[in-house]
Design a binder for this molecule. Structure first.
Ligand code: AR6
Length: 358
């Protein structure tokens, strides 16, 4: 699969590509390169550097690993007096590439990503670079950060865009139909809407996180972008105190710049048909535990995304039934929450959710 369904991604084989308008001040290099691509990366960096210097501004390189394209770019930076943001991690060092890549994107805010892969590198997948580079491209796509990538990087638009498929879904693509369905169980109003969870009014917003708690793409990326760096700081603190968040578990933090008071970060399961019964329990647990944390914090309202239905590939119909069932069970067991909202990013999830509410 070599589809690239987003205009901010451009394949490059030489330096005649379109660069972003205006000088780029922070460029992130990722991947693994053969000799010809190494030369191309250096040529691209030369050009970016000279444009930045002509404009009289600073130029910074962002890389995360002590290997591959990152290392080549670091050597180039050393030879050209360019400062490098982020210390390099040795391959296999903790935290692994995925966590590292989340952190690089969220901490250093690159204005351009160069994503390369050497087709002869058999060790590529084991080093986590394929997944890491794809992952960063996904975050870049959703943040509208331009990406230049070589022909070896295999990007399936579906995997970049999560459940939204091709083209890559970003916050701008939300279907703002204003659709809404509402019901009341006991004293609690339960509704589902189509929209962006970062713009919904609720005391608690639930994030479909990963166990690193250090951010990612999809709804996780949107929440971190809207909340600002203090959310990542709060997550780092939780990690330092209690370690990673297990699948099915949840933690609560302050909500940074979001309108909400708290964010609950919960980790949904990655779909695997062979373990469906176990995973169903974990997914239902995400909803129940998130409501428990919200209640203990004194919240009156909570908003959920459709956890696990994006990159984690849970069948949407199954996830909707579990989500609504888990919320109903928690309400029937007694809740102090007055409002529960399911915020669906697409019409399909909305109709599935709506069917279980009415
Ligand atoms: N508002 C509401 N829902 C959204 C938004 C938004 N702004 N953006 C996406 N969705 P996903 P997962 C929907 O992939 O499957 C992250 O990288 C999306 O359409 O965000 O639980 C984490 O760091 C889908 O229906 O979460 C993890 O690594 C739903 O949110 C991993 O993804 C969940 O899609 C978690 O995967």
């Amino acid at each position: 699969m070599t589809r690239v369904g987003r205009t901010n991604m451009q394949r490059v084989s030489d330096t005649r590509c379109m660069f972003p308008a205006g000088p780029v001040r922070r460029v992130l290099v990722t991947g693994s390169v053969g000799w010809s691509d190494r030369t191309l990366i250096e040529q691209l960096l030369d050009r970016l550097l000279s444009e930045a210097r002509e404009a009289g501004g600073s130029f910074r390189l962002i890389t995360g690993m002590a290997e591959g394209a990152d290392l080549d770019a670091r050597r180039w930076a050393g030879a050209n007096g360019v400062p490098v943001l982020a210390e390099p991690l040795e391959v296999g060092a903790y935290p692994g590439p995925m966590h590292r890549y989340n952190e690089l994107m969220l901490t250093w805010h690159p204005e351009l990503v160069l994503a390369f892969k050497d087709g002869f590198d058999d060790d590529w997948a084991s080093a986590g670079c394929v997944a890491g580079t794809e992952h960063m491209c996904r975050i870049a796509a959703e943040s509208d950060i331009p990406v230049l990538l070589n022909g070896q990087v295999e990007l399936a638009a579906g995997s970049i865009g999560g459940s939204r498929g091709d083209p890559v879904g970003g916050v701008d693509d939300i279907d703002e139909t204003g659709a809404m369905a509402e019901t009341k169980w006991g004293d609690t109003v339960v509704r589902c809407v189509v929209g962006d969870i970062t713009r919904v009014e609720a005391d608690v917003i639930v994030n479909a996180a990963n166990s690193s708690l250090l951010g990612g793409g999809g709804v996780d990326g949107a929440i971190h972008r809207a909340a600002g760096p203090s959310l990542l700081e709060a997550c780092r603190k939780v990690r330092a105190e209690s370690g990673e968040c297990a699948t099915g578990a949840a933690v609560i933090t302050a909500a940074g710049d979001l309108g909400a008071d708290w964010v609950v970060h919960t980790v949904g399961p990655v779909w695997d048909e062979g373990r469906s019964a176990e995973l169903d329990r974990l997914l239902a647990g995400c909803y129940g535990k998130s409501m428990g944390l919200a209640e203990s914090a004194g919240a009156k309202s909570i908003a959920f995304p459709n956890i696990s239905t994006g990159v984690y590939r849970y069948p949407k119909a199954r996830a909707a039934e579990l989500a609504v069932g888990a919320v109903r069970a928690a309400i029937e067991a007694g809740t102090t929450l007055a409002e529960v909202t399911f915020v669906c990013f697409d019409e399909e999830n909305f109709s599935l959710c709506e069917a279980w509410l009415t």
